[in-house]
Design a protein around this ligand. Sequence first.
Ligand code: 5AD
Length: 353
Amino acid sequence: MGKNILLIDKLNSTKELTKEEFISLFSTFTDEDIEYARSIACKIRDKWYGKKIYLRGLIEISSICKNDCFYCGIRRSNSAAERYRLSKEDILECCATGYSLGYRTFVLQGGEDLYYNDDVLCDIISSIKKLYPDVAVTLSIGEKTYHQYKKYYDAGADRYLLRHETANEEHYYKLHPQSMSFTNRIECLYNLKKIGYQVGTGFMVESPYQTPETLAEDFIFLKELNPDMVGIGPYIVHHSTPFANEQSGTSRTTLFLLSLIRIMLPYVLLPATTSLGTIDNDGQIKGFLSGANVMMPNLSPVNVRKKYLLYDNKLCSGNEAAEFKSSLCKKLKTFGFEVLDSRGDVKKEPLHN
Ligand code: 5AD
């Protein structure tokens, strides 16, 4: 049997690999290895979650950002970016639309926009929870202090998404300016866990300067953090960033890594991301066939969707649009999947069977 098949088996039985083993796997995987990991990952996903796909309505609340990440289209220095911010009323309107479509998780995602101070945010969060007690509110608005995260949690936020982006400090500063802090980002994730949030982290696949070694560190970090959700998608070029001439990542590698994450963290919520669907027309379906179980259709007001442009050609219509839920359900059904109509919390407790 091939060496990588044995490594995948080892990952499946012990739920970990050494850094050297990860590096070797990431440096040499073949189509056969991808298929092998895929079939194990789907069995694990089916055992924990069945064929249910968990939907989250994604509300992109602001394209204004104080940060200057080299890969991101809404970075502060991109003067060509169109900026907008949603008011509390706009956001509640999105929630009303989403609720009537059957969405029971709302993800408020945005650039780090200081207009949303703690009072504004807590008011928005508690208003949503008051109107819709059976929904989960997820925040994805970047780095804050422990105290701030705690306030949002007490106001009713249930989950928080903050990708670590890379677990290798040197790599982190190739993707972000020195004014950002790798240490702080990691600390944020541990703070969120400590407070009690369901926590999602993740990284871009084949981002500039990513290597088998930095990826191995990502996997070791994921194992250690033990998050509830892991979002990964291919890095995709945005034409007006410092990385305009870099290469985008591939769906092939993304799908393999999705399977490996499912194998390593069986219970994890694993989205088939918009970027995967952008780089590959069938990317999201292939994601579900590789072990993913979450999708986050776009619930932002239609007139701002084109402005939240993290990367070129970002999907925001078709099955990516929240209002096309019924056509999405139909499509998923042809592949044997069904959509879940409730909050869709993580199933972290050990399985008894
Ligand atoms: N390509 C792919 N993903 C990107 N993100 C930001 N810019 C890009 C890009 N050019 C991802 C980051 C961020 C998430 C919201 O979007 O990983 O955490």
